[in-house]
Design a protein around this ligand. Structure first.
Ligand code: RB5
Length: 146
């Protein structure tokens, strides 16, 4: 189960991803936005990330204009490791090495075709573990620092 969210700027891209999920049978929870009316991205980021942290969703995909605001907001939520990606290599290796659980995309930065490739590789790539587990543990430990 994938949490899917956007603000107004990310809404068109979210809809493309939603159509892709419908076509390929990926289950998702759409936390909005549901149109292009202006909305504040941290609110959608929080809704989607809460679903990941609670275990109701395995991962989240968040779209805004750049992907940056969504990633900043998502990474404030304890237990979230969000990555904003514009290229295939980063989307793949943030799963292999960082065990990222949220992918953030910029609808004003990349087109739908490229974005869907990033979504696909992000969702199908497992975490490699091994030496990377120690580093992810160290990242997670930063949640506890003031
Ligand atoms: C909205 O105009 C825009 O600021 C937002 O979508 C996002 O790009 C923020 O990082």
């Amino acid at each position: 189960m994938i949490a899917l969210g956007s603000d107004h700027a990310g809404f068109p891209l979210k809809e493309e991803i939603r159509a892709y999920f419908d076509k390929t049978g990926v289950e998702y929870r759409d936390v909005g936005a549901y149109n292009t009316d202006s909305v504040d991205y941290p609110l959608q980021a929080k809704k989607a990330c809460d679903l990941v942290v609670s275990g109701e969703c395995d991962k989240a995909i968040l779209c805004c204009g750049t992907g940056v605001g969504m990633s900043m907001a998502a990474n404030k939520v304890k237990g979230i490791r969000a990555a904003v990606c514009t290229d295939y290599f980063s989307a793949k290796f943030t799963r292999l090495h960082n065990d990222a659980n949220v992918l953030c995309l910029g609808a004003r930065v990349i087109g739908g075709g490229a974005a869907l490739e990033l979504v696909r590789v992000f969702l199908e790539t497992p975490f490699e573990g091994g030496r990377h587990q120690r580093r992810v543990d160290l990242v997670n430990a930063l949640d506890k620092t003031e």
